[in-house]
Design a protein around this ligand. Structure first.
Ligand SMILES: Cc1cc2nc3c(=O)[nH]c(=O)nc-3n(C[C@H](O)[C@H](O)[C@H](O)COP(=O)(O)OP(=O)(O)OC[C@H]3O[C@@H](n4cnc5c(N)ncnc54)[C@H](O)[C@@H]3O)c2cc1C
Length: 457
């Protein structure tokens, strides 16, 4: 440990886990006890559960991008960039700043909370033609893309082009995919009023999943209830089906159907950030294997939390690992801060334990299903719980007010079909949005750190 200056705590990632960790450290540590640094490519914490509502335009992007600098109490040093490798032996994190400069950040304690990226498979054409639903840029891009399909179909005289532009495919029947399909279908359905030339019968949404059920974590009854809502709205839900291949103007399902479409939204699960792969440490299905106290076994001062870590789920037991949810990430963030402080002060660390509080799924309008504390709800009561939950969970009053005002405005004034065009000419591949090719290999990390060291002596 660095004994000349204050201990350095480095938190990687400003998501649910990272921000909650930093806020707790700021509250519980006096400024002379330790220096806290946060590495994050963006100046906000993204409230991911409402991302589908940004894609559908019910919420503006700004309303779910919560500022990291709202209060004068916040004293953490923020490095604008992404961690691209960690050398555990040298205790150095390698960072690519937003100006593409590569810098080394030494630490005494590191909390890894870089979240996850969209999980893809080796399906021909998938990574070139699918959009993800993980970043604010992706949601904003999808919104522009869907509206441009309506505009282009409206202007086209070619029936085949019209048909392909007005079909949309979402893969993934978890909450992210289900909410995305539900919210965007509402938008295109509402378009009928503003695009009188479009034949409403041509607008078709497909939601497919290889699993036999939608959102199995909701239980059979609520899963069926969500399915009924989607089918009532005209969304074609196909279970036990995935994508065989994707091309620019059509998608082939594994059951042989070929759907003409220019819109493939891929939400079939997540995988830990590629940063975890640079560590040379054990993983559980890609997530960093940590102990119940969120420490990396055998390493001094290394902690990991959130989607990127496999934290044992003590409430479930039997070798279970906490699922990648905001609920766990946020609580792990606070718990890990307490453990970093305990380690710093030579006190015992405490294991993380949290019993799942349930799930809320907003299907747009008055449609929702939720299961707070095991109580199964659907329709308006479920929607009240879902929206109340999100308002309570949003971190700042400004964000709560923005979201509430947006909901109200949308309920009163309906949808607008405005393309910003900001990203119209930019590449729209998954790797561009999620920076999956920005990372170093384990060997490159070591080489880079060693070179920097030898230059310094
Ligand atoms: C569409 C959608 C809907 C969801 N709905 C729900 C829901 O209703 N309920 C629920 O509980 N969960 C929901 N989730 C899951 C939930 O959002 C995640 O489990 C949660 O965000 C995980 O928190 P985290 O802190 O681990 O990661 P994140 O919140 O994703 O934060 C990771 C942060 O790290 C940053 N980062 C990434 N790489 C680097 C790097 N190399 N260096 C520095 N920073 C980096 C990212 O920019 C981000 O700010 C949803 C997810 C999605 C995508």
């Amino acid at each position: 440990m660095n004994t000349v200056t204050r201990p350095r705590i480095l938190v990687v990632g400003a998501g649910f886990a990272g921000v909650d960790c930093v806020r707790r450290l700021e509250r519980r540590l006096s400024p002379h006890e330790a220096d806290v640094t946060l590495v994050t490519p963006f100046a906000y914490q993204l409230y991911l559960p409402l991302l589908p509502q940004v894609a559908s335009g019910v919420l503006t992007p700004q309303s779910i991008a919560i500022s990291l600098r709202r209060s004068q109490k916040y004293r953490t040093r923020i490095i604008p960039g992404g961690a691209i490798g960690v050398d555990l032996r040298a205790k150095v994190c390698v960072i690519r700043t937003i100006t593409d400069r590569i810098v080394n950040e030494p630490y005494d304690y590191i909390v890894l909370a870089p979240g996850s990226i969209t999980r893809t498979f080796d399906i021909p054409g998938l990574t070139d033609h699918a959009f993800g639903m993980k970043t604010l840029a992706e949601a904003a891009y999808i919104r522009d893309h869907v509206i441009s399909q309506l505009d282009l179909a409206d202007a086209s005289e070619d029936p085949a082009e019209r048909a392909s532009r007005l079909q949309f495919v979402v893969v993934g029947g978890g909450y992210a995919g289900t909410e995305t399909a539900a919210c965007l279908q509402r938008l295109t359905h509402a378009a009928v009023e503003r695009y009188p030339r479009l034949d409403p019968a041509l607008i078709k949404w497909h939601l497919i999943d290889i699993a036999p059920k939608l959102m199995p974590e909701l239980g059979d009854k609520l899963g069926r209830s969500a399915l009924e809502v989607l089918r009532r709205r005209g969304i074609e839900v196909s279970l036990g089906v995935s994508i065989a291949k994707a091309a620019e103007e059509e998608v082939t399902f594994t059951d042989g159907r070929v759907v003409p479409t220019r819109t493939l939204i891929w939400t079939a699960g997540v995988v830990a950030s590629p940063l975890i792969g640079t560590l040379d440490a054990e993983t559980v299905r890609g997530r960093l294997a940590v102990n119940a106290d969120m420490c990396l076994p055998g390493e001094d001062g290394v902690f990991a939390v959130g989607d990127s870590a496999a934290v044992p789920d003590l409430a479930k037991g039997e070798g279970a690992v906490c699922p990648p949810t905001a609920q766990h990430a946020s609580r792990q963030g606070k718990a890990v801060a307490e453990n970093v402080i305990a380690a710093l002060r030579g006190q015992p660390l405490r294991p993380y334990r949290h019993k799942d509080l349930g799930l809320v799924v907003d299907l747009g309008g008055a449609d929702a299903v939720s299961k707070p504390l095991g109580v199964e709800l659907h329709g308006v009561p479920a929607q009240a719980v879902a929206r109340g939950y999100h308002l309570a969970a949003l971190r700042t009053n400004v964000a709560k007010t923005r979201v509430m005002t947006n909901w109200l405005l949308n309920a009163v004034a309906g949808d607008d079909f405005v393309r910003t065009g900001f990203q119209a000419r930019k590449a729209a591949k998954l790797k561009d949005f999620e920076y999956t090719d920005a990372y170093l290999t384990k060997e490159q990390v070591r080489e880079h750190v060693e070179k920097a060291r030898s230059r310094a002596v």
